[in-house]
Design a protein around this ligand. Sequence first.
Ligand SMILES: [Zn+2]
Length: 218
Amino acid sequence: MDIKRVFENNKVWITRQLQTDSNYFERLSQGQSPAMLYIGCSDSRVTAEELMGLQPGEVFVHRNIANMVPNSDLNVMSVIHYAVDVLKVSHVVVCGHYGCGGIKAAMQQADLGILNPWLRNIRDVYRLHRRELDAIEDEEHRYNRLAELNVQEQCINVIKTAEVQKAVYERKLTVHGWIFDMATGKLIDLAIDFEKITKDIAAIYKIVPSEVSLEMNM
Ligand SMILES: [Zn+2]
């Protein structure tokens, strides 16, 4: 890649933006109020804004290997906190993709150093859905199903956070699980039944606001 080209492209982009709106950068610098938090994979082929046709300012983005939401990852938890509590987004999306290298790597035995604990989170998803996944004979099909189930489990991790539970209750925040199919370019809504999942896990993960739990302890 020619790095010079990046700066040339930037100049062309500035000119093009100003041609359609002479106040574009003035408005952009005034602040952001995105309606969506998008959590996706770092894969270079799975861009966030471009595949959704969104512009700068419209989506708050977090990307990591295999679009994970580990409960103790300070990075993704800070992003969720800021997007939900401060930016007040209305939608949280976890978007996975077929042909995900992170999912494939987790299914292989190779020692990948610092990646091992990260990929272990995906192996946990496999363990939870082992019966269904082991019954799929075609390897490619099994990886793709794991990518879907991983999106579902990461959405559950989103729902488990106190910020999201509060926002779902108070202002009807919605959580979505999607898959990007690179072979066709299509974005697929996995139509995960969050109402059912939330009810199923409520007894375990429900977080009572601190004022109430303090009263309960006294
Ligand atoms: Zn990926």
